[in-house]
Structure formats: structure tokens, C-alpha cells
Write a protein that binds this ligand. Structure first.
Ligand SMILES: [Zn+2]
Length: 385
């Protein structure tokens, strides 16, 4: 292939990225956010010859977009990686970027600075070859994926692209689907009274117990449903439970936040309806039972057809790069891919091999980062034409 990835550049860039602390401040007080790493990425893209723009959806929360224009008339493709990380509690060497046995260590190495370095390496290879494609390539380093995804959400209306590759780690599998989720808060209402006065008190915690009993039944039922071929069956868990004020007081209220993981095909209104039905049933059976529920956050599931052109372009790129047919699969966590797909952008996910996302020891396999860079170059050349 004429367009070669500069291996040393990719490894050095990844090391630099890992050494920059970019902990998401919404997850950890004092986390610096993306300002410094965005500055680094912007300078790297500019040095490579891309046209760079930065966006700041909130002060200090910065996304970077580099644009490489090919000849006129082709399609536009966005490569997307988040630049923020989770915290580093318990990590012996969070910002070392040390390399041992072909692995590069540190917070974000795997989730997902390895992917960002591969994108920068692919952009450099294509720019050095004078952008031998039609259409345009956008390199997006985004803010805040680990919390509320304000980075990608902010970019979507600004950049109309035909397709996107989200480079979250997948062990170089072509990821065609992931789950979504809904947070549903249920509050049961009681009446506070002295613990010695059952004639006056109504116990909100025991009412919540009834809700939990019904949820346990629903949870078993969900796991028995027909699984999605790539992400399995839907599920729920009772994430946070708070109720009552003191041992000798009848609990006036009790609050539970359920997390319901949705598989492709399920909708927010459908999963809300399941909870509403269960509450209605309890209220019919017990006239003292009072409960309300509301949706506090929802993220849609993601799915793309194996026949989509961006999927085919990536699959062929993987086969050419690895010398073996592409493996297709699904992932369980939610990713920015769902936002892009919901906005009508044909989207697929592929990223490197490694371990320890959000854990005390995190590393990325360097060979897979270099292979990803090669895949991104080939996929761009094919998709952008
Ligand atoms: Zn991630």
C-alpha cells in the first residue's frame, strides 16, 4: 500500500496522550477535563496539515475537529474518539505510558487514547500521501463521553457527515450493535409517624419492598426473553435505594433508581410502560400503596446493518490489514455511536485490543493500535472513494 502508517509517530503520540491527565471533572472533583489534551491533539493535527477547529460546549470542556479535504465529489467520514477518562483511584502508574511486552500502560490507554493515537496516525499517513481520496475526512476528539456525551452531542449539528467510525475498543472486531439504557426513578409515599403508632404511620420502605419484589420477577422475565443475537437479552438492576429517616420513624418516602439496559429494538416508552404497569397493579391490590415514577436519563441502543457501506468498507479494511476475514460482534456498554446513528449518520465501531477500562491496571496492545491505524487508512480510502 502506498499510504504507510508511521509506527513511531503513533506510539510516541499515544505515550504523550496517556501522560496528559484528562479525567472528566463530572466524574471526579478536580478532574482537569479536556483542555490540555485538546490543545495537544489540535497542535498534532495542525502539524499534520489538517484544518483544525475547536468547540467548547462548556468552559474547559473542549472537542477538536481536524478536517482533511480530498478531491471534490466524494463522501464525508468522521473518525470519533473521546479524550476524557474516568478517575485513577488505586492505580499505581496512571500517567506513566510505560511500555512492557508490547503493551502500553496507563489510564485511558485502552479507553480510548490508543484509538485516538491510531486516528492521528491514520490522518498523518493520509495527509502525507496528499489525501488521495474524494470527499473529506474529519478527525474528532470529543469531550465528556464518560459522563453525558456533551462533546459528540455538540458536534452532530455542526458537521453533516455521511458516516462515522467510533473507535471504542473492540479487539478489532467490527461492532454492529450495543445496548442502550434508561434510568427510572420510583418513589413510594408513606406517612411519617412515631414507631409506636402503627395507627398513624404508613411505611414507604415496605411499599418499596413490594416494588422490589415485582421488579425481581420482571428481571427474571427479561433475562428469559429472546436474546438479541449480538448483545443478548435485556436486563435491569436496582442501582440506588434510599428510604426512611430513623429506626423509630415510619418512612415517609423511599426512592429507588432502576437501571434498565435496552437491546436494539426496545424503546424508552416501552420500558417505562413496564414499570408503570407494575406500579398500577400494586396500587389496585392495595389502596394505601402510593408510588410515582419518572425517567431521569435515557440512551438509545445502537445497531447497524452488516450490509451498510461503512460496515463493508471497514470489514474489507480489516481483512486486508489482518489477512483474515473480519469478525463481527456486539458490545454491552453504551457509546457515542448511538447518538451519531440516531442523527442519521451511518456508524460502525472498531477499536484496539487491551484490558482494564475503568480498572486499576489499564493497558492497550500496541500492535492492535497500529493495525487499527492501518484499518482506518484503508477504510477512508474505500469509503471516501
Ligand atoms: Zn470509552
Amino acid at each position: 500500500m502506498v499510504t504507510q502508517v508511521d509506527r513511531q509517530y503513533v506510539v510516541r503520540t499515544l505515550q504523550d496522550l496517556v501522560r496528559i491527565n484528562s479525567i472528566n471533572p463530572a466524574l471526579e472533583a478536580g478532574g482537569p477535563g479536556e483542555a490540555e489534551i485538546a490543545g495537544y491533539v489540535a497542535r498534532a493535527l495542525e502539524a499534520t496539515g489538517l484544518h483544525v477547529t475547536t468547540h467548547e460546549p462548556e468552559r474547559g470542556r473542549v472537542s477538536v475537529v481536524g478536517r482533511l479535504e480530498g478531491r471534490a465529489g466524494g463522501r464525508s467520514l468522521m473518525l470519533n474518539a473521546h479524550m476524557d477518562t474516568v478517575g485513577v483511584a488505586g492505580m499505581p502508574e496512571p500517567f506513566s505510558g510505560a511500555v512492557r511486552d508490547g503493551k502500553l500502560f496507563g489510564r485511558g490507554a485502552y479507553d480510548m487514547k490508543g484509538s485516538l493515537a491510531a486516528m492521528l496516525g491514520a490522518a498523518k499517513a493520509l495527509a502525507d500521501a496528499k489525501a488521495p481520496f474524494k470527499g473529506s475526512l474529519l478527525i474528532a476528539g470529543v469531550a465528556d463521553e464518560e459522563n453525558a456525551s456533551m462533546g459528540t452531542a455538540d458536534l452532530i449539528p455542526r458537521y453533516a457527515v455521511n458516516a462515522a467510525i467510533v473507535t471504542e475498543p473492540t479487539h478489532l472486531d467490527v461492532c454492529l450493535a450495543h445496548k442502550g439504557f434508561a434510568w427510572i426513578e420510583v418513589t413510594t409515599e408513606g406517612r411519617a409517624a412515631h414507631g409506636s403508632r402503627p395507627d398513624l404511620g404508613v411505611d414507604a420502605n415496605l411499599a418499596m419492598g413490594q416494588v422490589l419484589g415485582r421488579l425481581a420477577r420482571l428481571e427474571r422475565e427479561l433475562r428469559a426473553r429472546k436474546p438479541h443475537p449480538l448483545v443478548g437479552p435485556p436486563s435491569l438492576h436496582a442501582g440506588v435505594l434510599r428510604g426512611g429517616s430513623a429506626p423509630s420513624v415510619y418512612a415517609a418516602s423511599s426512592t429507588l433508581t432502576i437501571e434498565r439496559r435496552m437491546i436494539p429494538g426496545e424503546t424508552e416508552s416501552q420500558v417505562l410502560r413496564e414499570v408503570a404497569d407494575l406500579i398500577d397493579e400494586l396500587a389496585r391490590a392495595d389502596t394505601q400503596f402510593r408510588a410515582a415514577h419518572r425517567l431521569t436519563l435515557a440512551r438509545e441502543p445502537f445497531e447497524v446493518s452488516r450490509d451498510a457501506e461503512i460496515v463493508q468498507a471497514v470489514a474489507r479494511a480489516v481483512e486486508a490489514e489482518l489477512g483474515a476475514p473480519a469478525r463481527f460482534g456486539g458490545q454491552t456498554p453504551w457509546m457515542d455511536s448511538a447518538l451519531l446513528a440516531a442523527a442519521g449518520v451511518e456508524t460502525v465501531v472498531i477499536g484496539p485490543t487491551g484490558a482494564g477500562a475503568h480498572a486499576a491496571e489499564e493497558w492497550v496492545d500496541l500492535e492492535s493500535v497500529l493495525q487499527l491505524a492501518g484499518v482506518l487508512v484503508r477504510a477512508t480510502l474505500e469509503y471516501c472513494g
